[in-house]
Write a protein that binds this ligand. Structure first.
Ligand code: ATP
Length: 247
C-alpha cells in the first residue's frame, strides 16, 4: 500500500497473569485511511492484539512483554487506555458493550468522555452520528431495548463520538442476521470513506471483512501466518478452503 502507516505493531509478545504467553511475535501495519482486517480461528489471539493496541489488556492483567506498538510515531505499548483514547484510538469491544440502562443519547455521550473541546462540538457530533444512524434517532428508550443490530450501531456510534483517528472493531457481525451484517459493513465502509477513519477489524466473517479491507492478516496460535492485499487473500487456496467455506 502507498499510504503511510498510522499504526505499526512490531513483533509483540503478550503475556496474561505473568505466565500465559498468548502472542508470540505479532507484527502488522495499518496504513492511514484504510481498512485492515485480522482473521483467524477462535483463540488465535485476535482480540488480544486489539487489546494490546488499545491498552485494555491491562484491565485483564495482560502485558506487552516484548516488541513495539507505534501510533502516529509515538510508542504506546502498555500505555493506559485513557491516554490511548486521547491519542485517537478507540476500541469497540466484542459483544457490543453498551450500557443497557442508559438511553441511546447517554451511551453516545459516553464516547466523548475524554474530549475537552466543549459542549457545542460534542452536540454537533451527536447530530452527525444520529444522521449516520437514523434508526437510533427514533429510539428514545433505554439502550437495553434495542435489537442486536441497533446495539452494534450504537457501539460504533459511541466510538465515533470520541473523534478517533483509528477504530478497532472486534467482530461487529457477531450474532447478527445476514441482512444486518451487510448493513453494518456498509456503515463501516461509509465511515472510512466519508470521515477518513482508519479501521482495524477483527472478524469471523472473512468474506465480508476481505470485501471491505485493503489488507488482511491471518493469525493462528498467537502468530501471523499469512498476510497480503485483501484481493489476493480472497484468491488464496488455503484461505478459500479454511475461511471462505470452500470458495
Ligand atoms: P475469539 O474469537 O475466541 O475471541 P481470538 O483470536 O480473539 O479468539 P483471544 O480472545 O485473543 O483470541 O484469545 C487468545 C488466547 O488467549 C486464548 O487461548 C485465550 O484463552 C487466552 N486469553 C484471552 N484472554 C485471556 C485472559 N484475560 N487471561 C488469560 N488468558 C486469556
Amino acid at each position: 500500500s502507498s499510504a503511510e502507516p498510522i499504526l505499526t505493531v512490531n513483533n509483540i509478545e503478550v503475556i496474561y497473569d505473568d505466565v500465559i504467553l498468548v502472542l508470540r511475535g505479532v507484527s502488522l501495519s495499518v496504513p492511514q485511511g484504510e481498512i485492515v482486517t485480522l482473521l483467524g480461528p477462535n483463540g488465535a489471539g485476535k482480540s488480544t492484539t486489539l487489546k494490546a493496541i488499545s491498552g485494555l489488556l491491562r484491565t485483564e492483567n495482560g502485558r506487552v512483554t516484548r516488541g513495539e506498538i507505534t501510533f502516529m510515531g509515538e510508542s504506546i505499548a502498555n500505555a493506559d487506555p485513557e491516554t490511548i483514547v486521547r491519542k485517537g484510538i478507540f476500541q469497540v469491544m466484542e459483544g457490543r458493550r453498551i450500557v443497557e440502562d442508559m438511553t441511546v443519547i447517554e451511551n453516545l455521550r459516553l464516547g466523548a468522555f475524554t474530549r475537552r473541546d466543549g459542549a457545542k462540538a460534542i452536540k454537533s457530533d451527536l447530530d452527525m452520528v444520529l444522521d449516520y444512524f437514523p434508526r437510533l434517532r427514533e429510539r428514545t428508550g433505554l439502550a437495553g431495548y434495542l435489537s442486536g443490530g441497533e446495539q452494534q450501531m450504537l457501539a460504533i456510534g459511541r466510538a465515533m463520538m470520541a473523534r478517533p483517528k483509528l477504530i478497532l472493531l472486534d467482530e461487529p457481525s457477531m450474532g447478527l442476521s445476514p441482512l444486518l451484517v451487510k448493513e453494518v459493513f456498509s456503515i463501516i465502509r461509509t465511515l472510512n470513506r466519508e470521515l477518513g477513519i482508519t479501521l482495524l477489524l477483527v472478524e469471523q466473517n472473512a468474506k465480508m471483512a476481505l470485501g471491505a479491507a485493503s489488507t488482511g492478516y491471518i493469525m493462528e496460535s498467537g502468530k501471523v501466518v499469512l498476510d497480503g492485499p485483501a484481493a489476493s487473500l480472497m484468491d488464496n487456496e488455503d484461505v478459500k478452503e479454511f475461511y471462505l467455506g470452500g470458495g
